[in-house]
Design a binder for this molecule. Structure first.
Ligand SMILES: *[C@@H]1O[C@H](CO)[C@@H](O)[C@H](O)[C@H]1NC(C)=O
Ligand SMILES: *[C@@H]1O[C@H](CO)[C@@H](O)[C@H](O)[C@H]1NC(C)=O
Ligand SMILES: [Ca+2]
Ligand SMILES: [Ca+2]
Length: 210
């Protein structure tokens, strides 16, 4: 309740400084089901496996991952604009097994233009169920796993050790020549300041968008 009041106070204060213009419609998010046991909560950079149903404002369903296409849930990375902005914002802090209803204003969905069967300026409602949460390839957890000596930067040896482990995990024989080449390529791209290490800042996704 307090949170609602506070956020209302803030948005009306903002509206008055911006010349009394109506505040832009906000994302509405409602928890429909939260499992009793929650091992971890979704956050920026995580990979989420979700089932989702999408509805127009008049209640007509325009998509259901359970009934359309290959009927499989979908993997995506949270927070990097791989999906609608409204999803990136509205699917944070979720447990595996949790179900939410999101009402997403056009500005956080398909905007003025619309897309395909989504008409311009559509407010969309989604029921999203998170089936599984995994560390994203660029998560802090992945970084910590690779950073063997905990100095918050990845040396070439740490990257090679990780590649070797990853190969073995997937049933491939380790191959030093190949790992060397792969590490070279990774460093050429990721070691932005060319100091011979990949820092955690260089490794993780930029956080600016949210
Ligand atoms: C509901 O809205 C969508 C999008 O505007 C439209 O395509 C559809 O025909 C509407 N359905 C009904 C039953 O009005
Ligand atoms: C290791 O990788 C290199 C480069 O891809 C390849 O030429 C070589 O045959 C591989 N060696 C083994 C033992 O698989
Ligand atoms: Ca290190
Ligand atoms: Ca660096």
């Amino acid at each position: 309740m307090l949170v609602v009041v506070l956020s209302w106070l803030c948005s009306s204060a903002l509206a008055s400084v911006s010349g009394g213009k109506l505040p832009e419609a906000e994302l509405e998010s409602q928890v429909l089901h939260r499992p009793f046991i929650c091992r971890r909560k979704s956050k920026y950079g995580d990979m989420l496996l979700v089932h989702h149903d999408g509805f127009f404002e008049n209640g007509t369903m325009f998509h259901s991952s359970r009934n359309h296409g290959n009927k499989q849930p979908m993997w995506f990375t949270l927070g990097i604009r791989e999906v609608l902005k409204g999803w990136d914002l509205g699917l944070q802090d979720m447990c595996a097994g949790e179900k939410r209803k999101l009402v997403i204003p056009p500005a956080l969905a398909y905007g003025k233009e619309g897309k395909g069967k989504i008409p311009p300026e559509s407010t969309l409602t989604f029921i999203v169920e998170v089936m599984e949460i995994r560390n994203g390839p660029r998560s802090h957890e992945s970084f910590q796993e690779m950073d063997l000596n905990d100095d918050w930067r990845l040396s070439k040896d740490e990257v090679k050790a990780y590649l070797k482990k990853d190969f073995e995990l997937h049933g491939y024989p380790p191959n030093d020549t190949l790992h060397e080449t792969m590490a070279e390529e990774i460093f050429a791209k990721e070691d932005k300041n060319k100091d011979g290490y990949i820092s955690s800042r260089e490794f993780t996704y930029k956080h600016d968008e949210l």
